[in-house]
Design a protein around this ligand. Sequence first.
Ligand code: SF4
Ligand code: SF4
Length: 418
Amino acid sequence: MERAGEEKFEAGSVAVKSFPLPLEEPHVWVCILTARCNMACTYCIQKGMVLPGVPRRPWKRYDEMPGKEWVRALNDLPARPEHPLILTGGEPTLHRDFLEIAAGLEGYRLDLTSNLAFDIAAAARTMEKAGKRFYSSFHTYSPEHMSPEEFIDRAQLLLETGMVEHPVFSFVDLEYFPQFRTDETNALLSRMLHAALDKGIPIRRNEFRANHLGSPFSRESKKTMECSSAWVNIAPDGEIYNCQFHLTQARHSFGNIKRIGEVRPLPPLGVFFTCHDFGWCDPCHENSGAGMFRDPATGKIFRRDPEASFMAYTRWLTPEELAGAGRRFVKEGKALEGAAFLSAAWEKTRDPALLNDLGVALWNAGREKDAYECLALSLQQGNPDPVCKKNFLALARETGRRAEARLLLEALPAGAAR
Ligand code: SF4
Ligand code: SF4
């Protein structure tokens, strides 16, 4: 394979002194054929704040390059990346010339990212006619937009066509993000996993990358940082960016894929460059695991935190969302995590009824002393619900504090749950 360097590259109509796009793995070339998507998943990270109800972020408006121009520009390049070239979006199959692009590219190991809501049989026929296959593909199940059976049938069809050498089917692991789940989506996911098992289709957990270095992806402030980008992002209009955030904002383009001779060289792998937008990084990009940052003040190099807190977004969630997520955690046997969410809900509302839920969560988590305090406080603050009193007495019995509990109940004001 030809390598980047100082030699003169010549192929097709391209003649450039130094090839501007890095080739070595893990520099990943990504063609975002369209920013559009035919789904609107609540957990989509292509939005400003990864919160339930916040719609997918509308990126800058791009003129979508016709298929012929994609094919001509990419086939004219004198070199190919070591890593597969990813066709993605939004949903790349929405590009009106998607098949023309996929079947027309020469010499690339193609990877496809898609939600599978496209005509697989037609795509397979076109690829076969062109004597082409995708090297790999990545398909994530969206319980909000497709039935489990349809997803598995589509996965099976994709496998049967042989259109992709290494397809991966997955789901977004929202285990620790209950605010994005409902009983219904939980049940659909479980049905999908069973259907996959029945048909022998392996399904992978897909990490939910919705935080910024372990903190909320809040875009509250920017600071200057040294960044090492590992991506070549080509926007729907052919402009090239070093990171997804800059692509979505159409800022700091290195040039256009159609005029490769004029493209400024993207930073080589591992080389730091200064960026003033740190803090607004797109979570998809910066959480890929390949990028790293260096603090110009201290020289300290750091990367993403794969163990980012599940509490990252609690500050922005409504009390109802927090309480709902907390109760879901408790129901699923994660009492401590549930207590953390319920506590955050109570902090926002000071609603004594939430203290009952919090007390029960703490009790389930084996924290009887804290649970007792919560239930007592709930009653003292006027929770009239007899269930709270029942819980309180049961816990008092279990922990040998019956007499003390009786005294507390007697001291409650009239109208409270005495
Ligand atoms: S299918 Fe993917 S890109 Fe489209 S809304 Fe869902 S998560 Fe976002
Ligand atoms: S926005 Fe973030 S990921 Fe993009 S170049 Fe700047 S620091 Fe790097």
